[in-house]
Write a protein that binds this ligand. Structure first.
Ligand code: DAH
Length: 360
């Protein structure tokens, strides 16, 4: 065999060795380059064929082509083998162990005020009340006038109001209340009138929601808080019904043994009006700072719906009566958990919030 023939045969053997040794697709590519590249070994040998003895040339040409085909096939085969191996290795690497225990997921929970409001919904639901919600952005008419609180009434001082500015007035440097009377509601009582206008008697609704006041914020005052209003309108509804209902509600919320009392109160939209107290949850009635040493805690205001308010809601006070009550879930939550500062509710401090992850 000619020298060139021997070199070709040797090259085949080296190519096979090199491919067997190639462990990655990159290494296979390097072998391809070294053999078949522009100045690769096989390329160079094949270029040398022209100088070979003319008699030996056809046989050498065939051998060279055969070896080139062999090398190309071997390159492809090895490349494919490795690619399959890579995939298998990746599948192995990235395999998910279905039997591994899950990582604990931190599940959130309700804010304690929301928990209390859900409890209220449940208790009232059991007494046949449905939820009727009204807008947080109200008008002075619903927030005041329709509730029998005229513009110059001193009771308006009780509801320090956040007014929405007249469009453009801030830009002019002269902010003034919107001419259409748009305000942030200072209580949920305006929903009484909205409910009466929307529903037929008998009405039995609670109206939970957020309220806003222009308050100097301190441990017991926030400029944003919740209220839950209750309204019943029907024929032959009496103050006795109101008393019985509130006593039952207090027992459902605070236990059968809770002590309760009614005191005279004043609200422009109820007549008569009452304040409803329960025996202090902290001291049990003997007197402590939490109840200002009275032994009692006021949990809501209530009364018989004022005839004027009934009329504003579209009901004839000669035919229909109603009672209403309003409570403060923030304060009730503070009483429930012995929380001393309402600002904690808005603090976004997770150390505070996590204490109320009931049952988790
Ligand atoms: N709206 C009153 C307030 O914000 C609470 C209230 C008192 C609501 C008596 C009532 C009620 O429905 O009858 O202080």
């Amino acid at each position: 065999m000619s020298d060139l023939g021997a070199e070709l045969e040797a090259l085949r053997a080296r190519a096979d060795d090199a491919l067997r040794a190639a462990g990655t697709t990159e290494e296979v590519e390097a072998v391809r380059h070294a053999l078949l590249g522009r100045s690769g070994e096989l390329t160079v040998l094949m270029r040398g064929l022209g100088q070979a003895d003319p008699d030996a040339r056809p046989a050498l040409g065939r051998l060279a082509n055969e070896i080139r085909d062999h090398v190309q096939a071997a390159l492809s085969a090895r490349a494919e083998e490795l690619a399959v191996g890579d995939l298998a290795a990746r599948l192995q690497d990235e395999a998910i162990d279905m039997s591994a225990p899950g990582r604990p997921v931190r599940i959130g929970h309700l804010h304690p005020v929301q928990t209390l409001m859900r409890d209220l919904r449940e208790v009232f639901h059991a007494f046949g009340f449905e939820v009727f919600e009204g807008p947080e952005i109200e008008t002075e008419a619903y927030n005041f006038e329709l509730l029998n609180i005229p513009p110059d009434h001193p009771a308006r001082d009780l509801w320090d109001t956040l007014y929405v500015a007249e469009p453009g007035s801030i830009e002019l440097g002269q902010p003034r209340p919107a001419a259409d009377g748009t305000i942030l509601r200072t209580h949920t009582s305006p929903v009484q009138v909205r409910a009466m206008q929307a529903l037929d008697a008998p009405i039995r609704v609670i109206t939970p929601g957020r309220c806003f006041r222009y308050e100097a914020v301190d441990a017991s005052h926030a400029s944003e808080f919740f209220q839950v209003e209750g309204l019943v309108v029907d024929r032959d509804t009496s103050l006795a019904d109101l008393k019985g209902m509130l006593e039952e509600i207090a027992r459902a919320l605070y236990g059968r043994d809770v002590r309760t009392r009614f005191r005279p109160g004043y609200y422009p939209f109820t007549e008569p009006s009452v304040a409803f107290d329960i025996g202090c949850l902290v001291c049990g009635g003997s007197g402590c700072p939490a109840c200002k040493r009275t032994g009692w805690m006021t949990i809501l205001g209530a009364g018989m719906v004022h005839p004027e308010v009934l009329r504003n809601g579209g009901f004839d006070p000669e035919e229909f009566q109603g009672y209403a009550f309003g409570m403060g879930p923030d304060r009730m939550t503070m009483l429930r958990h012995g929380i001393g500062d309402i600002r904690l509710f808005f603090s976004a401090d997770l150390r505070f919030g996590r204490q109320f992850a009931e049952g988790r």
